[in-house]
Write a protein that binds this ligand. Structure first.
Ligand code: PLP
Length: 393
């Protein structure tokens, strides 16, 4: 049996480091925020070369906080890739703003910069660049398209329209991309602000829920800190609207330990990806993920595509392969089977099938193979052998 993700295997390698740290939190009754969370925030900010980092309750909450702190609200539009996890869109909807979807690029699977122009309206307030599957989005491509639309880069992540003065923020959703790089720079500081998720299955996972927000802007950082804790800087003095988005002490302790291993685990994932690529390169029926020239992929997911014949239902072969692998003890995933513009909850926005053909085709053809640093060569070879066997049938 090869699981999609084996968290137990990783835990067993670090158990001796983790338990005393958790014990310490309990001994000090530092259940919420506290020293361990703060130490982790500082280390995590440093790792991403960003000045301010705040531990929060989840990546979804982080997505919300980033847009909220930037003043986005009712009547505003936020540009989001159609191919991403739903939580990217919750950031906008929780602010009362409307998500406006854009198709993904056929090779990177991230937002296609060339298609951003048609989504921009006078109400556009932000663009969320999601570094999906562990690969950085084409940030310079986005900046270039904004320039063509007459928006000039004022400060990092802030664009102003040359005649109307309209302001657009570029923010990052880094939930799948811890220590991923864009042109040799870590993600997280490429726009005005960013959010991360530490959901257990992410490349850096807590032992419960968790997330972080980051920025290089001092005033925005201060706002993050206040929104996270009921809009207060000083206890019981609530300067602005806020919420309870605090990180738990135990999660800070766990993440502090795990961060030290993140580089090794990421290299492990890259090795697994290289092995898959090597063993599957001659299977003409599938398309392997492409590492773009500007990106250092951290392979949160290893997404292959099952090519289909023109005459058949596009998802049929993919579904058959998934079933065949399951019968042979190999767990796989679909990321994601329904693009955001076709989700029932967004029906009122009026999108229809055919609006974003690249995302739609991807949704029907993609299959995510088991991916974690501890996968053995034998396991990878077995997965690849079974894939080849399926297409030989
Ligand atoms: C996981 C994920 C989130 C949400 O993170 P949670 O911590 O689960 O709330 C947001 N965006 C993307 C792209 C994700 O993969």
């Amino acid at each position: 049996m090869i699981p999609f993700l084996d968290l137990k295997k990783q835990y067993n390698t670090i158990k001796d480091e983790i338990l005393p740290e958790i014990n310490d939190v309990l001994d000090n009754t530092a259940y919420v925020l506290g020293k361990k969370v703060q130490a982790f925030e500082e280390a995590f900010a440093k790792t991403h070369n960003v000045k301010y980092c705040y531990g929060v309750s989840s990546g979804t909450d982080g997505n919300h906080m980033v847009l909220w702190a930037l003043g986005i609200g009712h009547g505003d539009e936020v540009i989001i890739p159609a191919n991403t996890f739903i939580a990217t869109a919750w950031g906008a909807t929780l602010c009362g703003a409307t998500p406006v979807f854009v198709d993904c690029h056929a090779e990177s699977y991230n937002i296609d910069p060339k298609k951003i122009a048609e989504a921009i309206t006078p109400k556009t307030k932000a663009i969320v660049a999601v570094h999906l599957y562990g690969q950085a989005a084409d940030i310079d491509g986005i900046i270039e398209q904004l320039r063509i639309e007459n928006f000039e880069l004022r400060e990092k992540g802030i664009f102003i329209h040359k005649t109307s003065g309209q302001k657009i923020f570029l923010v990052e959703d880094c939930a799948q991309a811890h220590i991923a790089q864009y042109k040799n720079k870590p993600v997280g500081g490429l726009g005005i602000a960013s959010s991360f998720s530490f959901y257990p299955g992410k490349n850096l996972g807590a032992y419960g829920e968790g997330g972080a927000v980051m920025t290089n802007d001092e005033a925005l950082g201060k706002k993050f800190k206040m929104i996270r804790d009921h809009g207060a800087e000083q206890k019981y003095v609530h300067q602005i609207y806020g919420h309870n988005y605090r990180m738990e002490g135990i999660q800070g302790a766990v993440l502090g330990v795990k961060l030290k291993h993140l580089k090794d685990w990421t290299n492990g994932r890259r090795k697994v990806a290289a092995k898959y690529n090597e063993l599957l390169k001659d299977v003409v029926e599938i398309k392997l993920p492409k590492e773009m020239e500007y990106a250092r992929h951290v392979h949160h997911l290893f997404v292959i595509r099952v090519r289909s014949q023109k005459s058949e239902v596009r998802s049929k072969k993919r579904d058959e392969l998934q079933k065949f692998l399951a019968e042979n003890g190999i767990a796989t995933g679909l990321h994601y089977p329904i693009p955001l513009h076709l989700q029932p909850c967004f029906e009122h926005l009026g999108y229809k099938k055919g609006d974003f053909p690249v995302s739609e085709e991807l949704a029907e053809q993609e299959l995510s193979l088991p991916m974690f640093a501890e996968l053995t060569n034998e396991q990878i070879e077995y997965v690849c052998e079974k894939i080849k066997e399926f297409f030989r049938k």
